[in-house]
Write a protein that binds this ligand. Structure first.
Ligand SMILES: [Zn+2]
Ligand SMILES: [Zn+2]
Length: 284
């Protein structure tokens, strides 16, 4: 089957390589059906982010328009060879969704899809970029039990926030990135939190991304885990694939392998988005 990749970055975010056009060309070379461009939404509208190097994480607000117009131009140039969709990966920052929306609303009509993500957790002494390995010491001092718990509690807030408007939940079990996991005593508690989170996803009728970026990290597997995928399949939660490419060579990373796993689990279709409307394609 022709593949669709819904989670890709580019050099505009300051921590990925390759221009937007480089990704499009690579997508054509790989014979992808569709490329979902989903660079990080700017972080520079946020306040109180001391200790979080937001300048390394995304484009600036004033670059949004050129991001969109560049993709629109690429659509004109390459549209016959590959379907391009315009999106953003947006961080949920609980108390600043209203600020986000003042910027997002201006350009929302151009978007085909929005990924909702959590990379930043709020601790008593301020924000912490949980998946940035420069702050791994913090992870170690908190311990995986607390990190996983806080992460899922934050995700539940994201799912309960009617103001935070998005379509797809990214890298569902991201705290495992460094191959750290809750211990036996906490595992049951986390399992309950995961089920509560999936119920909220189901209730809101959202889609979950199968993110193959995890294969390139210490954990060496996709997000979410096979165990979680089985639970999602029972709940009939829609899914799609994302490579989280930060290099054109990472496009559609390990997608073939994942499709086999998905079929084994019982999934037979993948979601697809256009102008924020979901449709489905069959896994063949
Ligand atoms: Zn990134
Ligand atoms: Zn992400």
């Amino acid at each position: 089957m022709k593949l669709q990749d819904w989670h890709t970055h580019n050099s505009m975010c300051h921590h990925a390589i390759g221009s937007l056009e480089d990704y499009v060309k690579k997508g054509i070379e790989l014979d992808l059906d569709l490329l979902g461009i989903s660079d990080h939404f700017p972080y520079d509208y946020l306040i109180g982010m001391d200790g979080v190097p937001i300048e390394d994480y995304g484009m600036n607000l004033h670059e949004i328009e050129s991001y969109i117009s560049t993709i629109e131009n690429l659509k004109e140039k390459y549209g016959k060879k590959i379907d391009l969709k315009i999106g953003f990966e947006i961080d949920y920052i609980g108390n600043q969704v209203e600020r986000l929306n003042t910027h997002l609303n201006k350009i929302k009509s151009h978007l085909d899809f929005i990924l909702g993500s959590i990379h930043i957790l709020f601790l008593e002494n301020g924000p912490w970029a949980m998946d940035d390995n420069r702050f791994l010491e913090k992870y170690n001092s908190l311990g995986a039990n607390r990190v996983f718990l806080l992460y899922y509690q934050t995700m539940q807030k994201m799912l309960n926030s009617t103001e935070f408007d998005f379509d797809i939940v990214s890298h569902f079990d991201l705290p495992k990135k460094f191959n750290k996991f809750p211990n036996k005593n906490s595992k049951d508690l986390i399992t309950i939190e995961i089920s509560k989170t999936l119920d909220l996803i189901k209730k809101r009728d959202l889609t979950v991304e199968i993110n193959t970026g995890g294969f390139r990290k210490d954990v060496k597997e996709q997000y979410p885990s096979e165990e979680i995928l089985k639970e999602m399949c029972e709940l009939d939660i829609p899914i799609l694939l994302g490579s989280d490419a930060h290099d054109p060579n990472e496009l559609a990373y390990e997608f073939k392998k994942i499709l086999k796993l998905l079929k084994k689990i019982g999934y037979n279709k993948l979601a697809s988005f256009s102008q924020r409307k979901r449709s489905f394609i069959e896994i063949i």
